[in-house]
Design a protein around this ligand. Structure first.
Ligand code: SAM
Length: 310
């Protein structure tokens, strides 16, 4: 029953910003604020993620205002964990579509607030939000850049050392549970205009992945959406895998054991024409998985190949 899918069924997730404090400190703090440790739990899949009851008013908590917790849906924590960025001093990572910056601050924390994380955002207003979020979260290793990722030269000396790229581009947002509520009332979008919109989004998403594959030393690219449509998910991955860029760069899909192996819901095999490839993909179904609808994939370079400029 789609009507049962509302935010009232989804826990209120709080990711502990480990750049500012530890999960043990956060747990002690919330207990001291009157939350019982039965009233919230550590998440089973994502480290440093706490799950509270859906109506917990965490947006009013001083720890949120201080950037010490990030209110982020569980599924939206998957991409940074799957990317598994380096935590060495010389690590160089790109967040290609960064605002408002939840995944940027997650990546920054996973990097131990070290190395360099370039955070690109095309939209000027959203870029201001991104800069505010980075400041609030105490990210010291992030360089925000107000630009279109598609215009960034992969052979620019600054970006040559990049090894990991997170791509969380604009999508239909069809997995966001609040919006599913809207689908229940009002006029449904006509199939034709919906398909046209999805086709445009998919073409853009594919361009973004292909561009990421041009970075000469990138070895891991995570592509995610908050869409439930195969056209923005499995189909985009399939097209990216058969692209010239994937062949030139020797990219394949990372196997299941590298992509949240314990998460049971995987990609749709019928949309990938391959059970193996589909099992390498992660899906979340709104209402079923205590998360919003979400999709995560990871491309890896097969061999240690360095691309040469054409
Ligand atoms: N990763 C973000 C987070 O977790 O907070 C959410 C990203 S949101 C789904 C997509 C963002 O990408 C939007 O802010 C949009 O303006 C930006 N964007 C879209 N196309 C872009 C491009 N070509 N280059 C840079 N940013 C882009």
């Amino acid at each position: 029953d789609q009507r049962a899918v509302t935010t009232a069924n989804i826990p209120r997730y709080a990711r502990v910003n480990t750049s500012l404090w530890s999960t043990d400190e956060a747990i002690k703090y919330f207990v001291s604020q009157g939350y019982s440790f039965k009233g919230f739990q550590k998440d089973a899949h994502i480290p440093n993620l706490l799950a509270f009851s859906p109506n917990a008013a965490l947006q009013d908590d001083p720890a949120y205002n201080a950037g010490k917790i990030i209110l982020q849906d569980k599924a939206s924590c998957f991409p940074a964990v799957v990317l598994s960025p380096p935590s060495e001093d010389n690590g160089v990572v790109i967040d290609a579509t960064a605002a408002p910056g939840n995944k940027t601050s997650h990546l920054s924390a996973l990097m131990g607030n070290k190395g360099t994380l370039y955070a690109f955002e095309r939209d000027r207003k959203r870029f201001s939000t991104l800069k505010m979020m980075i400041g609030k979260a105490g990210c010291k290793n992030v360089t925000p850049v107000n630009t279109d990722f598609l215009t960034v030269d992969p052979f620019d000396l600054k970006y040559v050392p990049v090894t990991h790229i997170l791509l969380d581009p604009s999508c239909s947002g069809s997995g966001i549970v609040n919006r599913l509520d809207h689908l229940l009332d009002g006029e449904p979008e006509s199939n034709r205009s919906q398909n046209e919109r999805l086709d445009k989004l998919a073409a853009f998403q594919l361009l973004m992945i292909k561009h990421a594959m041009r970075f000469p030393n990138v070895k891991r690219i995570v592509y995610s959406t908050c869409s439930i449509h195969a056209s923005e998910n499995e189909h985009v991955v399939r097209d990216a895998l058969s692209s010239d860029e994937a062949k030139a760069g020797s990219f394949s899909i990372a196997s299941r054991n590298e992509v949240l192996p314990d998460w049971p819901r995987r990609g749709f095999a019928e949309e990938m024409n391959s059970t193996d490839a589909a099992s390498a993909l992660v899906r979340c179904l709104p209402g079923e998985d205590a998360t919003n609808g979400f999709f995560v994939s990871c491309f890896v370079r097969d061999r240690n190949i360095t691309l040469k400029r054409k």
